[in-house]
Ligand binder design. Structure first.
Ligand code: B1M
Length: 208
């Protein structure tokens, strides 16, 4: 079995220490951070997602898999983030109110930091007002909101509405598994991106 398959399997079993060892080993063997992330960690999490949907695994199993995933991502972070870059500017990032999913948000943060962007990470379960206050406080160019639940997607509209009501000069980017371009347009968001790397690429264009 290839090391990336081993990593995917260890992640599915929630074996955090094993995932950390395999990430370190894969780096040593010359796999790129992108390969490790996509073919090892995300591949394992996708399988967990499918099995979760089919009721073959339950919240506790998903939670330990998520912990293993975050541990693997933490090891990759220094490799994904280039060093010595002056911050281009600031963005506000968070998972919307009612939503506790943070893996995608954390990836967005890593990719943004990798492009030299200063990220104010508000965490999870963030009310619309907090996004707005933080954007004002940090004079941010973009508010980046993540949502993983169909039940919390509409919280993104609250952010857009509040920002427009206050005439804030800030762009609003949305993303997350249930979000798509059509939804983003329907709530008046400025941008939708379906993966963390594209989100960071777009952010860079806002600072030019
Ligand atoms: Co949750 N969960 N979960 N869960 N969970 C989903 C999202 C679900 C699709 C599973 C399923 O049924 N197949 C489903 C949602 C269904 C729906 O709304 N239609 C679901 C559910 C129902 C729930 C609970 C309600 C379950 C329950 O309690 N009965 C509950 C809700 C808790 C809450 O938030 N209030 C719940 C809980 C959990 C755990 C806590 C166990 C855990 C989260 C742990 C954590 O995040 N620390 C968890 C997990 C891990 C998942 C799945 C399996 C994986 C999500 C993930 O991290 N994917 C997920 C199934 C799935 O998505 N296949 C599922 C990897 C991550 C990298 O992807 O976040 O999509 P993602 O990010 C992507 C892109 O979307 C994009 O970039 C990333 C790729 O580069 N992206 C952005 C994300 N944000 C972006 C922002 C941007 C741009 C791009 O710009 C701003």
């Amino acid at each position: 079995m290839s090391i990336l398959n081993e990593m995917s399997e260890a992640l599915q079993k929630g074996k955090k220490k094993e995932v950390e060892e395999l990430v370190t080993k894969a780096v040593g063997e010359g796999f790129t951070p992108k390969q490790i992330l996509e073919e090892g960690l995300l591949a394992g999490m996708n399988i967990i997602g499918t099995r979760f949907k089919a009721n073959e695994v339950y919240v506790p199993e998903v939670l330990v898999a998520a912990r293993a995933m975050n541990a693997g991502i933490a090891l990759l972070k220094p490799l994904l983030v280039s060093s010595g870059v002056q911050p281009l500017g600031t963005i506000i990032l968070g998972t919307v109110e009612g939503d506790l999913h943070d893996i995608g948000k954390n990836l967005v943060k890593i990719m943004m930091e990798g492009k030299g962007i200063n990220v104010v990470d508000l965490g999870v379960d963030v009310p619309a007002d907090r996004f707005i206050e933080a954007a004002k406080e940090h004079d941010a160019k973009i508010i980046c909101a993540s949502s993983l639940l169909t039940t919390t997607m509409m919280k993104m509209k609250e952010i857009v509405d509040k920002a427009r009501a206050e005439n804030l000069s800030v762009k609003i980017m949305v993303g997350g598994a249930p979000v798509n371009e059509e939804f983003a347009k329907s709530i008046g968001a400025d941008m939708y991106k379906d993966d963390a790397a594209s989100a960071a690429d777009y952010a860079v264009t806002c600072f030019q």
